[in-house]
Design a protein around this ligand. Structure first.
Ligand code: ZN
Length: 609
């Protein structure tokens, strides 16, 4: 059953957890006696399971990450007992699970977990913390998904406290979830961490926002971070005009800012993991970028949710064609609301969006698929690992691709439909799919666009060209409304394509070249060694840079290269460098008009609602 339907009855669940209902719950005991060697010892008990064999398994996927992960690979020393503590036989028929055939209606499975990667998908256990992503941590039995769950932690150190979206119980270090889906969505951090919290007003109802931060920084740094986070949170609430009804009343940012974690952000219904290897000081609070992105997800993807993700199937990849909206539009609103909050200036925002636009507009991959196709490829790229190479030129990440589409649509709406903005589209999706939660299909986004513009033909045409096809709008006139210019980075430089050569040693091309670039057209590929350009020998990066500097766009020269043991030669025709940035017209020496300034203020200024 879906988390969403179940949690509409969360008040009922709250009563349940403190009453007799929990006697039917399955419970987990999680301890960390061997934390220094990255081990947890976990026991899960299922009661009143009938007489049939019980199959336990580890998840193979985790919400918000799209590749398959084999979490069972870190599980060992598995044993089982019945309700009276008698040892039970375990059948191992496949790598993912453990089946217990003969029991008395109660089965306790115990196992050791090894975990040493702290991010949004994995777990890390050491003397400093237990950072737990539940699909990577907790085994579960098939067929009992709707039962409530209790989790008891035994902290490794007495100063560890617990940060989680699970519901706290009366007993210390004990938490509950209404069902398996909610449990798996609830990452948990046990450590000696700092906590700040405040409330936001949801039409008269206070909702608590909490930041739990495990870091080596000062209280003053934590306070500065919190103050900026509050402003970003306020601007995002203003986009939707509503605060999600966080289950159990609280939303938690769970941050690990330590050198031994992995940088990441991962969204959940009422919490997020926001990790970074840098301290707040070293990063100059740059971590707010991830915070902004992930908080926006508490509307867009957690509650305005693609139907393909609901309910989540933990035994396989869960692909959806709508990540250009779920991740991409979120990637536009992350920096946009940071700008509106006054945490970054207009130039920083234009720098960020200009970088994404440059990347997407010049990406070879768009000719191989639409944003929907790129979204469906997520299981192959989102933390997916394999030993055989894939062609990197057939994929454009739905993060920047979707961000650029949102950017372009926002400017298009403001141009063609006075008074209408992308915020109106987000609010329409919130009204029709967020409260109450009703997962959406791709056609629902088109319908919402038709609703806010009052122009179904525009919505159909935009969807067909931009989402089912690979078109991008002409950004020049769209950006001119705001007095923003598209400025070439190196307008007179000769360009052969993005090519990586080692800083030292022989000039061997280190990464695949993109179709449409001069080196690709000349027949060079990854692994080839450049020998000479014209009559100049190329011994390394310095010679290559000098050869480029001596040429101009349109020049044609001979190039010699060593390819899989054979020396070849070809003609190389230099092109103009296509890379560009976005700049304010007045920063480029031009004159900004009052209308352009007014447009900028309406778009990037603080919302005061
Ligand atoms: Zn995201």
């Amino acid at each position: 059953m879906s988390v969403r339907r179940l949690l509409t009855a969360s008040a009922c669940f709250a009563a349940l957890t403190f009453g007799a209902g929990l006697s039917h719950a399955q419970d987990y005991d999680v301890s960390f006696d061997n934390a220094v060697h990255h081990e947890a010892r976990i026991t899960v008990t299922y009661r009143e399971v009938g007489s049939a064999p019980v199959r336990f398994q580890m998840s193979r996927s985790s919400p918000g990450r799209y590749a398959v992960h084999e979490f069972a690979k870190n599980i060992y020393s598995v044993s089982a007992v019945d309700g009276r503590g008698r040892p039970l036989t375990i059948d191992r028929t496949d790598p993912y699970g453990w089946t217990v055939p003969g029991h008395d209606g109660t089965v306790s499975l115990s196992y050791t977990l090894f975990a040493d990667r702290s991010d949004g998908t994995y777990s890390q256990i050491d003397a400093s913390h237990a950072h737990l992503n539940m699909p990577a941590t907790l085994a579960w039995a098939t067929g009992f998904d709707d039962r409530p769950v209790v989790v008891r932690f035994k902290p490794f150190s007495p100063d560890w406290i617990v940060a989680t979206q699970l519901q706290p119980q009366a007993e210390p270090n004990t938490f509950a979830a209404p069902n398996l889906q909610y449990l798996m969505d609830s990452p948990t951090e046990l450590s000696a961490h700092m906590v700040r919290e405040w409330t936001v007003d949801d039409a008269g109802v206070p909702r608590t926002i909490r930041i739990a931060m495990h870091h080596a920084g000062t209280d003053a740094e934590m306070d500065t971070f919190t103050e900026r986070a509050r402003r970003i949170v306020d601007q995002q609430i203003a986009v939707f005009g509503d605060v999600p009804d966080y289950d159990f009343g609280t939303y938690s940012f769970i941050a690990d800012y330590l050198p031994w974690v992995n940088g990441d952000g991962m969204e959940h219904r009422n919490s997020t993991i926001i990790n970074d290897t840098r301290s707040l000081k070293d990063a100059n609070f740059d971590q707010l970028g991830t915070l902004s992105h992930e908080f926006f997800h508490s509307w867009n993807v957690e509650r305005i949710r693609p139907e393909e993700l609901e309910p989540f199937d933990f035994t396989r990849a869960n692909p959806t064609p709508s990540l250009w909206f779920a991740e991409g539009f979120t990637s536009y609103y992350g920096p946009l609301t940071i700008r509106r909050a006054g945490v970054a200036n207009t130039d920083a925002f234009l720098g960020e969006m200009g970088g994404q636009l440059d990347f997407v507009q010049n990406a070879a991959g768009r000719r191989f698929g639409s944003p929907q196709e790129m979204s469906l490829r997520a299981p192959f790229v989102d933390a997916a690992t394999s030993i055989d190479p894939t062609n990197p030129n057939i994929f454009v990440s739905y993060y920047p691709y979707g961000a650029v589409i949102g950017f372009g649509l926002d400017l298009t709406l403001r141009q063609r439909f006075p008074g209408v903005t992308l915020d109106d589209l987000m609010r329409a999706m919130w009204r029709t799919h967020g409260v109450p939660e009703r997962p959406y299909a791709p056609a629902d986004i088109e319908a919402a666009l038709a609703e806010v513009t009052g122009d179904p033909a525009f919505a159909r045409n935009w969807f067909a060209r931009t989402i089912e096809g690979s078109d991008l709008p002409d950004f020049g006139p769209l950006l001119a409304q705001a007095g923003v210019l598209i400025q070439p980075v190196r307008p007179t430089a000769a360009w052969a394509g993005a090519v990586r050569l080692p800083a030292m040693g022989a000039p061997v091309i280190a990464a695949a070249l993109a179709p449409g670039t001069p080196l690709y057209a000349a027949g060079l590929d990854r692994g080839d060694q450049i020998v000479a350009v014209g009559d100049k020998a190329i011994a390394g990066q310095t010679d290559w840079t000098a050869a480029l500097a001596a040429a101009k766009p349109g020049d044609e020269v001979s190039i010699r290269f060593l390819q899989r043991g054979v020396e070849r030669s070809a003609m190389l025709r230099f092109a103009p460098d296509p890379s560009f940035t976005l700049v304010r017209v007045e920063a480029g020496g031009g004159l900004v008009t009052p209308a352009q300034l007014a447009f900028r203020e309406a778009w990037l200024g603080a919302a005061t609602e």
